[in-house]
Design a protein around this ligand. Structure first.
Ligand code: NAP
Length: 480
């Protein structure tokens, strides 16, 4: 069945003014499942007007407690609709239903609950340092936030923007990725049903280069909160400069996963496999570079290959499946090109290394492991965004820190060791926004997440991310 989805503008479900649409696909079956409106600048203008009206009206005037209550309700509704939304996420993104239903959607609901609590806890300071005057600061919402998100975690990453922005009192115009727009529209339904005033949360769909870029240059939008590739982040930052719009950028990564010989190798092998094969490697924080200390190399690789061989790839709606199809044919082909380059540059492909299909359909790539990778190879430097692991050897701790930091990215990292001092020393030396010690890929709405270097700046999640959605106003009072 092909569903004609509509966008949410000013509390109404509408087509684009132009009437144009974009197709929506299922990457496992290669079937079209629907269409979404292709919104243009005229649709965005209307959304900006509605957002401003919400800020000047009911949303801006709402008490923090009521705001928190509504955000909490959105989280509750998401829990209630978990099954339907998880199924839709899997149908459109290709991620295994196990992940959509057990992780992505429940974690998103938790995120609304966490930030609902923050609505009433945003306060300024009193600064009474001068006898002749008194100062206090007010924390005010930045205004209209344009949230632009990628296709790898459609519900979750939209939530990472929406929940804190709403807690801070902002209005949000959300633009999901064109490959995965449908669950963002379902989130729109949740906000409408929860009772958010029209214009507070709006969802517009359309191509990034057109709709997303229009958001970055629109003078009525106060901030862009972006998650996506580094290349797009650079373009967006330039575009935001024309109106001096605030921007936070959550970008790509090539995260090092470091295993010392004294680590619990079974746990490390599990972390190495989940670190790269979770969500079929379409993870910004994927542990795509595995550094193994020489003495443990062969043992660790053997355990890793054992785990890789047991991963069930197939129909993502099957609860037993752990590896689904890539999001699109384009993504599948890009990954296969990287695999080709690894082979050409002399790395040893010890698992996978080719595409896969279910009943002849689907954009699958087999979980792939390369050993004997050299740091200068393309597969060790560039973000592949697929289930492809590059394994490298090291001897000394100083050497692996140097190798781990030798990339333009700095999003995440991990270190596996039984030596507490070594773990903390390495954590300090790694240039990355997140370091996991003896684990990989855990998140919590209370813990800030974001990048160093070309992985971006600003933070999602945690108390810290609220600052990105707030302005500070100083108020001086003469006491003399
Ligand atoms: P992308 O191509 O940069 O797209 C991300 C979003 O930006 C989509 O909504 C896209 O719309 C839009 N967009 C594309 N070009 C644009 C432009 N010129 N102006 C404005 N908006 C534009 O990234 P992706 O391929 O979807 O996602 C994968 C990337 O996201 C990877 O690099 C990954 O590491 C990164 N990521 C980072 C994090 C993090 O937290 N750091 C998390 C997840 C993913 P269309 O879809 O319509 O093109």
């Amino acid at each position: 069945m092909v569903t004609a989805w509509k966008c949410l503008i000013n509390g109404q479900w509408v087509d684009s003014r132009s009437g144009r649409t974009l197709p929506v696909w299922n990457p496992a079956t290669e079937e079209q499942i629907g269409t979404v409106p292709e919104c243009g600048p005229e649709d965005l203008d209307e959304a900006v007007k509605a957002a401003r009206a919400a800020l000047d009206g009911p949303w801006g005037k709402m008490s923090a407690a009521d705001r928190g209550r509504l955000i909490h309700k959105a989280g509750e509704l998401l829990y209630q609709r978990l099954d339907d939304i998880a199924k839709l996420e899997t149908a459109n993104q290709g991620k295994p239903i196990f992940e959509s239903s057990k992780i992505d959607v429940p974690w998103s609901a938790n995120c609304y609950q966490y930030f609902a609590g923050w609505a009433t806890k945003i306060t300024g300071d009193t600064i009474g340092i001068s006898p002749g005057s008194f100062n206090y600061t007010l924390k005010e919402p930045v205004g209209i936030v344009g949230a632009i998100v990628p296709w790898n975690f459609p519900v979750l990453l939209a939530t990472w923007k929406l929940a804190p922005a709403l807690a801070a009192g902002c209005a949000v115009i959300l633009k999901p990725a064109s490959q995965t727009p449908v669950t963002a529209l379902k989130l729109g339904e949740i906000f409408t049903d929860a009772g958010f005033p029209p214009g507070t949360v709006q969802v517009i769909t359309g191509p990034g280069a057109k709709t997303g870029m229009a958001m970055a240059t629109h003078p009525g939008i106060d901030k862009i909160s972006f998650t996506g590739s580094t290349a797009t982040g650079v373009e967006l930052m330039k575009a935001c400069a024309t109106t001096l719009k605030k921007i936070t950028l959550e970008l790509g990564g090539k995260s090092p996963n470091i295993v010392f010989a004294d680590a619990d190798l079974d746990s490390a092998a599990r972390g190495a496999a989940s670190g790269i094969f979770y969500n079929k490697g379409e993870v910004c924080a994927a542990g795509s570079r595995l550094f193994v200390q020489e003495k443990a190399h062969d043992d660790l690789v053997a355990r890793l290959l054992d785990r890789t061989g047991k991963l069930l790839q197939g129909d993502p709606t099957d609860p037993k499946v752990r590896v689904g199809p890539q999001v699109s044919r384009e993504q599948q082909e890009s990954i296969l090109r990287y695999i080709g380059s690894g082979k050409e540059q002399g790395a040893k492909c010890v698992a996978g290394g080719e595409k896969n299909a279910v009943n002849g359909k689907g954009f699958f790539v087999k979980p792939t492991v390369f050993t004997e990778v050299r740091p200068e190879m393309k597969i060790a430097q560039e973000e592949i965004f697929g289930p492809v692991l590059s394994v490298m050897r090291f001897k000394e701790p100083e050497e692996v820190v140097r190798l781990a930091n030798d990339t333009c990215y700095g999003l995440a990292s991990a270190v596996w060791t039984s030596d507490v001092k070594k773990a903390h020393r390495t954590a300090r030396a790694l240039k990355a926004g997140t370091v996991w010690v003896n684990t990989y890929g855990i998140f919590d709405p209370a813990v800030p997440f974001g990048g160093y270097k070309m992985s971006g700046f600003g933070r999602d999640l945690g108390r810290e991310c609220l600052e990105g959605y707030l302005n500070t106003k100083s108020v001086w009072v003469d006491l003399s």
